[in-house]
Design a protein around this ligand. Structure first.
Ligand code: OSB
Ligand code: MG
Length: 367
């Protein structure tokens, strides 16, 4: 497959409701949208980095510059027999796993389309729908209880609550008392340190499926120390940027569950390696999200069909995030199940007219 053209857009979608986590509040979703072209086909992917480095170090501006200045020139006009060959070409670069994933994922979509196969099939997954839960942003306890009830009524299979110091024990106590039997988890987005071990051990009382990324975004060691002090399984998110990170975390018992975000980990080739490695350690994985549009969401759903994605993911209904999405297909759940978009590749098509209205900039590249 010879890549003969590309298009890089910057897209801005307002969020239906602001989303607050321990690091701050998001009001809109701003992301790079990449189209790769070959043989009259188009492959799509979006970047999951934020405008500012508040989740990980990458930024939208840095990723756009890396894509236009080096990643795209490095592949335009070149032939790749498969995505693994393209992924190998990206290996010499340091870090920037989100920008790399944007390019790699768009090529997987393109390659799947060239084979006339759904993405899930060439990733090694199967099934027509995947289990999903919801991630609820920080709000008052009163308001959170209402949102939990509402999403359980919609059938979501797991509730994840965002926590931070001062907004943890009382919140979890209230939700667990009101909903004794649900799958409940908490995500701190790196808001605590080992000095909070005693407080974190008290979360054991709430029978959480796991606690997500309690400690620093770039740490593995302290998570292993913490895991030895608490019973609740630790799930790593921010700390896992590569298969090597996963190997070290698994070997050190720093993670008993892994949140795989393909857009954070360099792409599908790495996501599959992290998935397989976790399986070899009998560690379950689930598919996280970054408030993606329908393009990133479709990639996540296809990836979630692999066997060791045995816990519900975060890829909930598009209408929870956006009034209108940039894809034609409606990505909505029924009874906590998200259907896998059918057809070749990621199985969703861009809504070009609407996309024009939310595009902040557009650049074209030719081989
Ligand atoms: O930590 O998983 C996270 C959203 C933005 C940044 C980080 C995270 C999240 C979520 C929501 O938890 C996932 C989603 O609904 O897409
Ligand atoms: Mg997380």
């Amino acid at each position: 497959l010879r890549i003969d053209g590309a298009e890089l857009r910057l897209v801005r979608l307002p969020l239906v409701t602001p989303f607050t986590i321990s690091t701050g509040t998001m009001h809109e979703k701003i992301f790079p949208l990449l189209t790769l072209k070959a043989d009259g086909l188009e492959g799509y992917a979006e970047g999951v980095m934020d405008p500012l480095p508040d989740y990980l170090e990458e930024t939208v501006a840095g990723a756009m510059e890396f894509l236009r200045g080096a990643l795209l020139p490095g592949v335009l006009g070149r032939r790749f027999a498969n995505p693994h060959q393209l992924a190998r070409q990206l290996e010499p670069w340091r870090g920037n796993m989100m920008a790399r994933a944007t390019l790699e994922m768009a090529f997987w979509d393109l390659w799947a389309k060239s084979l006339d196969l759904p993405l899930k099939t060439i990733l090694g997954g199967e099934g027509d729908a995947v289990d999903v839960g919801v991630s609820l942003g920080i709000g008052s306890i009163e308001d959170t209880l209402g949102r939990v009830a509402d999403h359980l009524a919609q059938g979501y299979k797991r509730i994840k609550l965002k926590i931070k110091p001062g907004h943890d024990l009382r919140l979890l106590e209230a939700v667990r008392s009101a909903f004794a039997d649900i799958h409940l988890t908490a995500d701190a987005n790196s808001a605590y340190s080992l000095a909070d071990s005693a407080l974190l051990a008290r979360l054991d009382a709430f029978d959480l499926d796991y606690i997500e990324q309690p400690l620093a975004w770039n740490d593995l060691h302290d998570h292993a120390v913490l895991q030895a002090r608490i019973n609740t399984p630790i799930c790593l998110d921010e700390s896992i940027r590569s298969p090597e990170d996963a190997r070290k975390a698994l070997q050190a018992d720093a993670a008993r569950v892994i949140n795989i975000k393909v857009g954070r980990s360099g792409g599908h080739a790495n996501a599959i390696r992290i998935h397989d490695l976790s399986a070899a350690f009998s560690v379950p994985v689930w598919c996280g999200g970054m408030l993606e549009s329908g393009i990133g969401r479709a990639h996540n759903i296809h990836l979630s069909t692999l066997a060791n994605f045995s816990k519900p993911g975060d890829t909930s209904s598009s209408s929870r995030y956006f009034h209108r999405d940039i894809v034609e297909e409606k990505l909505e759940t029924t009874d906590g199940r998200m259907p896998v978009p059918a057809g070749p590749g990621i199985g969703v098509r861009l809504d070009s007219d609407f996309l024009e209205t939310v595009t902040m900039s557009r650049e074209s590249f030719r081989a």
